[in-house]
Design a protein around this ligand. Structure first.
Ligand code: NAD
Length: 474
C-alpha cells in the first residue's frame, strides 16, 4: 500500500478503494494506491490554502527558499538511480530514459531555485509625479498540478519547481498508472526542509483530478495530459475562474528535405518517433520526406526501424519498452488496423512481439497521406508514417494541416530555408537538424489543440504569479 500526503501527514489508503499500480514489463502489481475522495481533496486543498495564507513558504526570505529548492535538486541527484529504477518499474520506459528524466528533474529545481530573488516588480511612471506606482509579483495561491503517465517525474518537476519558486503551495495528483516517483519526490521535498502543508499529494484517477479542478480553494491548475481531458479541465475550471496551463497532445511533423544530412535525419527520426515507445507528446510521428529522396530515405527509415531495440526497460540499451498498459496497447493496435484499412502500407512492424508485457513492435507506415486517421490523431505508441511532399510550400501546408501545434522538426542544410520553415510552422517549438532538445530555461508548450500556456522558462514561473499594482498618492 502506498500512502498519500496531506499537511505533512502520510495517510494510508485505509478503507478507501485502491488502484493497483503495475510494472508494465511484467504485469506485476508493484503497489496499491488510494482512490482519494472529494473529501481527501478538500483536506489537501484546505491544508495548502492554510499554508498559503499563513505565508509559511512565501513568507520565507527568498534566499531560504532558494536553499530548499537547491537541496531538493541535490537530493534528486543523490537518489537518481533509485528514482530512475522506480520510474522504469512504474512506467516501463528504458532505464537510460528514466535516468535522463530524473537528471532533468534535478535541473528543473536547480534552475528555478534561483528564481525567488528574481521575482521583482517594477516602478511605473504613470503621471508627472502625483503618484508613486509600483508592481509586485505575488504567488497565485494554491496550484493544482495534474500529471500524465508518460513523463511522471519530469512533468512533476516541470510544474512543481516553478510553482514552489513562485511561492505557491500545491496539491499534486500524479497519474493513477504512475504515481510512484511523485510520492518519493514528495519525501525528498520534506527531507529538503519544505514546510509541511506546502506540498500535498493526492492519488487516484480522473475523479480525484476533477475534484481538484472543481475545488474553489484552488487558484491555478496546471494540467498535462490528453487534449480531450484538457478540454474538460478547461470547462470545469471556468466555474471558479481558475488560471490555467494546459500541456496537451500533439501530432508533430518531422520534415526531411533533399539537402538534409540523411544519416543524421534518419537516426534522429528513430529517437523522435520511437523513443519512449512513441509515448511522447512531441513524437515526430508524421515523417515528411521530400519526394526527390523518397525511395532512398524510406529504405533507410525501414532498415533503421527494424534495428530499433525492443525489450524490458531495465535491461539497458532499449528504445522501445512496453507500453504503459494493455489498454494502451489495444488502442495502438487498433490504430495500426485503421492505417491498413485507410490504404497505408505497414513497411515494418505492425504486430505484437512474442514476449510477455505490453509490447508493440516499432511500426513504420509508408504511403501515408495527411487525411488518414493515423496522420491526424495522436497514437501514443511506436508508430510513425512517411508522407511525401514536393517542395517547401507543400511541406508547410501538410505540416500545418492539423489541429495540434506542439512541435516540429526540420532537416536541411540551407540556413535560409531553416529560418523560413521556422517562421511558418505552427508549433510551440521548432527543432532544426535535431529533435527533442529541452532546457528548464526554455519555455515549452503548444498552440491550438496542443494547449495553452507554457511549462518551463520564465513563462512558467510567471504563470504561478499575479502582478499587483500599488498606487500611492504623493
Ligand atoms: P489523460 O488526459 O488521460 O490524464 C492526465 C491526467 O488527468 C491523469 O492524472 C488523470 O488521472 C487526470 N484526469 C483524468 N480525467 C480528469 C478530469 N476529468 N479532471 C481532471 N483530471 C483528470 O492523459 P494521459 O493518458 O495520462 O497522458 C497522455 C497524454 O498527455 C497525451 O495526450 C500526451 O500528448 C499528453 N502529454 C502532453 C505533454 C505536453 O507537454 N504537451 C507532455 C506529456 C504528455
Amino acid at each position: 500500500m502506498s500512502a498519500f500526503l496531506i499537511d505533512g501527514e502520510w495517510i494510508e489508503p485505509g478503507d478507501r478503494s485502491t488502484i493497483p499500480v503495475e510494472d508494465p514489463a511484467t504485469g506485476d502489481v508493484i503497489a496499491e494506491i488510494a482512490q482519494c475522495t472529494a473529501e481527501d481533496v478538500d483536506h489537501a486543498v484546505t491544508a495548502a490554502l492554510k499554508a498559503h495564507t499563513d505565508r509559511r513558504w512565501s513568507g520565507l526570505p527568498p534566499i531560504e527558499r532558494t536553499r530548499i529548492l537547491s537541496r531538493i535538486a541535490d537530493l534528486i541527484e543523490e537518489n537518481l538511480e533509485e528514482l530512475a529504477v522506480l520510474e522504469t518499474r512504474d512506467n516501463g520506459k528504458p532505464i537510460e530514459r528514466s535516468r535522463a528524466d530524473t537528471a532533468f528533474s534535478a535541473k528543473d529545481f536547480r534552475h528555478f531555485a534561483g528564481a525567488p530573488g528574481r521575482l521583482t516588480g517594477t516602478v511605473v511612471p504613470i503621471d508627472g509625479g502625483a503618484h508613486h506606482v509600483y508592481t509586485v509579483l505575488e504567488p497565485v495561491g494554491v496550484a493544482a498540478l495534474i500529471l500524465p503517465w508518460n513523463f511522471p517525474i519530469m512533468t512533476a518537476a516541470h510544474k512543481l519547481a516553478p510553482a514552489l519558486a513562485a511561492g505557491c503551495t500545491v496539491v499534486v495528483k500524479p497519474a493513477e498508472q504512475t504515481p510512484m516517483t511523485m510520492l518519493r519526490l514528495a519525501e525528498l521535498c520534506e527531507e529538503a526542509g519544505l514546510p509541511k502543508g506546502v506540498l500535498n499529494v493526492v492519488t487516484g484517477d480522473g475523479r480525484t483530478g476533477a475534484a481538484l479542478v472543481e475545488h474553489p480553494g484552488v487558484a491555478k491548475v496546471s494540467f498535462t495530459g490528453s487534449t480531450e481531458v484538457g478540454r474538460t479541465v478547461m470547462r470545469n475550471a471556468a466555474a471558479t475562474t481558475k488560471r490555467l496551463t494546459l500541456e496537451l497532445g500533439g501530432k508533430s511533423p518531422n520534415i526531411i528535405f533533399e539537402d538534409a544530412d540523411l544519416e543524421a535525419a534518419v537516426a534522429t527520426a528513430m529517437r523522435a518517433s520511437f523513443g519512449h515507445s512513441g509515448q511522447m507528446c512531441t513524437a515526430g510521428s508524421r515523417i515528411l520526406v521530400q519526394r526527390s529522396i523518397l525511395d532512398k530515405a524510406t529504405e533507410m527509415l525501414i532498415n533503421a526501424t527494424k534495428r530499433v531495440p525492443v525489450g524490458n526497460g531495465l535491461d539497458g540499451g532499449i528504445s522501445v519498452g512496453p507500453l504503459v498498459s494493455e489498454e494502451q496497447r489495444q488502442i495502438v493496435l487498433s490504430y495500426i488496423d485503421q492505417g491498413v484499412k485507410d490504404g497505408a502500407t505497414v513497411a515494418t512492424g505492425g504486430d505484437k512481439p512474442d514476449r510477455s508485457g505490453y509490447f508493440v513492435s516499432p511500426t513504420l507506415f509508408t504511403g501515408v497521406t495527411n487525411d488518414m486517421i493515423i496522420a491526424r490523431e495522436e497514437i501514443f505508441g511506436p508508430v510513425a508514417g512517411v508522407i511525401a511532399f514536393e517542395d517547401e510550400d507543400e511541406a508547410i501546408a501538410i505540416a500545418n494541416d492539423t489541429s495540434f501545434g506542439l512541435a516540429a522538426g526540420v532537416w536541411t542544410k540551407d540556413l535560409s530555408r531553416a529560418h523560413r520553415m521556422a517562421a511558418k510552422l505552427q508549433a510551440g517549438t521548432v527543432w532544426v537538424n535535431t529533435y527533442n532538445i529541452f532546457d528548464p530555461a526554455l519555455s515549452f508548450g503548444g498552440v491550438g489543440d496542443s494547449g495553452l500556456g507554457r511549462d518551463l522558462g520564465d513563462e512558467a514561473l510567471h504563470s504561478y504569479c499575479e502582478r499587483k499594482g500599488v498606487v500611492i498618492a504623493l
